[in-house]
Design a protein around this ligand. Structure first.
Ligand SMILES: NC(=O)C1=CN([C@@H]2O[C@H](COP(=O)(O)OP(=O)(O)OC[C@H]3O[C@@H](n4cnc5c(N)ncnc54)[C@H](O)[C@@H]3O)[C@@H](O)[C@H]2O)[C@@H](O)CC1
Ligand SMILES: Nc1ncnc2c1ncn2[C@@H]1O[C@H](COP(=O)(O)OP(=O)(O)OP(=O)(O)O)[C@@H](O)[C@H]1O
Ligand SMILES: [Mg+2]
Length: 327
């Protein structure tokens, strides 16, 4: 086989892939993704013990922000995880505990032994969500860096959101190439990551191309760019989620998304590529969590209109999940 012929074949493949990456998702593709999410949801059974459907950790919560880690941790439980831990700064702990007796709260994040304290729990945790309400204090961020490294060493999936993304923008190497990471930037967070990893302003005319490129530059880490349409890429594929939401943009919706990703990621990785029909389990989990968050927003808005808050959305998780993913 001549070299020229091989080059043509490679070019064709690249072109075909580029074309299919940028083509709009069909209704059929969407239906397929609903089915793939249904495939990963654990079947109801009376045989399981507490913990099997997910033990999730949230790393976040400081003096200023106590709502964000609560929203993330409670969303993980409402989606179907069995246990939800919050690792936060000491002064945030009593506040977070007082919101909910269902959360297990560890006031360790600002202690000198923060990494060791969290490390003790890592063997039991299936997924760690890093960043909601973390703040940007240097000492806290340095502890979180150690926690991320310890989690990677144990191959624990990481969802990185909010101030966790601030840390990644300072030190992209921390997550570079880690195949079990999902980053969930909002518009500002995406621009910061882009500036740190690629440089210059984001091309606002090509959102799909931008999310693809950022994922590739980070070594195929999964990126979920939130917005009017959520765009999800692992550097090979770009999925769009346009589930109808509402015009209401109250704070905390992103925390619901990162929290619900916890159990979804655990289930998708347990199910493996057979159940996801060859698609990346993390892409399926991300598409499921985005679709769910937007549906919660839609349902809450139908009831509460402009007074909709994230607490109203969390109340909709059960009904929204059944409507979308339980047939
Ligand atoms: N109740 C709580 O405790 C909450 C705490 N939060 C925490 O607050 C901290 C900071 O998060 P932010 O998201 O504010 O940080 P960012 O620095 O990413 O965002 C800064 C500002 O960008 C603006 N912005 C967002 N989307 C935009 C868009 N499409 N175009 C232009 N501007 C846009 C917003 O007004 C936001 O205030 C994080 O720790 C986060 O988890 C939030 O999760 C919201 C709820
Ligand atoms: N313009 C929009 N139209 C519809 N849905 C949107 C829009 N912008 C964001 N969303 C949805 O809201 C959810 C949260 O995205 P958002 O950009 O508000 O995150 P965030 O800024 O991190 O939120 P948080 O306040 O929790 O930090 C996502 O699921 C996204 O799909
Ligand atoms: Mg956020």
């Amino acid at each position: 086989m001549g070299l020229g012929w091989v080059a043509t074949l490679v070019c064709e493949r690249v072109l075909r892939r580029t074309f299919s990456l940028h083509k709009a998702q069909s209704v059929e593709d969407m239906e397929n993704f609903f089915q793939l999410v249904r495939n990963i949801v654990p079947a109801p059974t009376l045989k399981k013990h507490k913990g099997q459907d997910g033990q999730i950790g949230v790393v976040g919560g400081c003096q200023e922000y106590t709502g964000a880690p609560y929203f993330a941790a409670i969303s993980a439980l409402k989606v179907g995880a069995d246990l939800s831990h919050v690792f936060c700064a000491r002064e945030a702990a009593p506040v977070i505990k007082s919101y909910s007796p269902e959360l297990i709260v560890h006031p360790v994040l600002d202690s000198l032994s923060a990494v060791e304290e969290v490390q003790k729990w890592l063997p039991r945790l299936h997924v760690l969500i890093v960043g909601p309400g973390l703040g940007r204090d240097d000492q806290l961020l340095s502890n979180v860096r150690g926690i991320v490294e310890a989690s990677k060493a144990r191959d624990i999936p990481l969802v990185i959101d909010a101030d966790g993304l601030w840390l990644i923008a300072q030190q992209p190497a921390l997550i570079q190439g880690y195949q079990k990471a999902i980053l969930t930037p909002n518009k500002m967070e995406f621009s910061r990551l882009w500036e740190a990893v690629i440089g210059g302003p984001v091309d606002d005319r090509d959102h799909r191309g931008s999310v693809l490129r950022l994922s590739q530059a980070l070594g195929n880490v999964t990126v979920v760019q939130k917005g009017e349409q959520d765009l999800i890429s692992n550097g090979q594929q770009v999925l769009a989620c346009s589930q109808e939401g509402s015009s209401r943009r109250c704070g905390g919706q992103g925390d619901l998304l990162s929290g619900s990703l916890g159990p979804m990621v655990h289930w998708a990785l347990l199910a493996g590529p057979e159940k996801t029909n060859g698609s990346s389990p993390l892409l399926v989990a991300a598409w499921g969590a985005c679709t769910l968050t937007r549906q919660c927003n839609h349902q809450a808005f139908q009831k509460h209109g402009r007074s909709t808050t994230t607490t109203d959305m969390i109340s909709e998780v059960g009904a929204a999940f059944s409507k979308l993913f339980e047939t």
